[in-house]
Design a protein around this ligand. Sequence first.
Ligand code: AMP
Length: 421
Amino acid sequence: MATYQKPKGTLDFYGLEAMKIHYVQNEIRNVIENFGYNEIITPIFENTEVFLRLGDESDVVNKEMYTFNDKGNRSITLRPEGTAAVCRSYLENKIYANPGITKFFYNGPMFRYERPGTGRYRQFTQFGVEVFGLSEPLLDCDVIYTAYSIFKRLGISNIKLVINSIGDFKSRSNYAKALQEYFSDKIDTMCPDCKRRLETNPMRILDCKVDKEHPALVNAPKIKDYLSDESKEYFSKVLNGLDALGVPYACDDNLVRGLDYYTDTVFEFIIDSNDALNGLAICAGGKYSELVKSMSGPDVPGIGYAFGIERIIGVMDSLGLFASLGKEFDATILALDYESKVQSLVIANQLRLAGLKVDLDYKNMSMKQQFKLCDRNNSRFILILGEDERLNNMITVKDKINNTQEKIKLEELENYIKGNK
Ligand code: AMP
């Protein structure tokens, strides 16, 4: 008989794991809406050319896309990231015609044909923001602060903001020339991708995962020595703003986004811990000045970031931040005879409608088994219903924390539980 398995690099979420996803997403939503961000929901697949705008020098576009022809022979791609799709929608719906800045957030599955590993999947969930319409250092700070606030709200304290400026186009083209010169007599010792990048996009060499410890790469010229005066001033204002907000950061000269449309501020949040998670990137972002224009849109700057919900959950697990999630029932009802069981079904559902989390035994379990159910449910109150209680419209309430037991009138049960829990 065939056995069915989930595709490589995917996850099933059930019970507590699914609860964690919703908990994290709700907390994020509560934070981001206070910053005035509106949700944008775009299709999970797009016409392939939408993602090709990201440039074929990126691994995501080059190697990792789930691309196929649909039955109408259109090339379709399961979205590998959110920015390009949000830009497409921003343009298609002429959202740029609205006055002021546009602040969007999104949250949904992404697909990349990557080698699965710790915190790396082929289907994963990304939360991200994209802000269009303004290029200002203080806006960059405010965008970074949304991510910082979210991590704080979730209780993730062992994170580090790593930040750099990759300058404007003038700075970058001077830097690219310097890199080409510098690497020209070292490239033979580097990976085939780096060899190709030397011609096509030398800054991408600095992003290389294979050669990241290579001495040539570590000692390469730094972008900060090629920044124009405007870019230098922009970056120092960003750092000032972060200081004012009290966000700790480290500047990292080697943090670059080799993609053509990024300019000035680029950043990551990484885990700063003593365990295996140390150094894991949980969030990446930057300012992009050219992406909207490169998609045949107006000259509108943008800035955004994205982080993986599964990675956040992994970090929160390691910090024990879900300890109380989903474990506790407000009450579990024990019934001593069949008539009481029928009534316990009715009582349970009245309490649930009143917003309480309640369980009961549906079959005829022994008292011992029913008490075990209460333990498994970590039930705050145990409600006991037998013939005696039933005939008097009462129920016995055992309070697990205060260690009390008393008979309560059924009509007072809801208030009793709410008042004492
Ligand atoms: P990127 O879109 O590549 O800049 O990645 C932004 C964030 O998305 C990363 O910091 C991760 O948190 C998450 N992420 C990226 N790729 C994966 C993946 N294959 N599996 C899980 N999370 C991912």
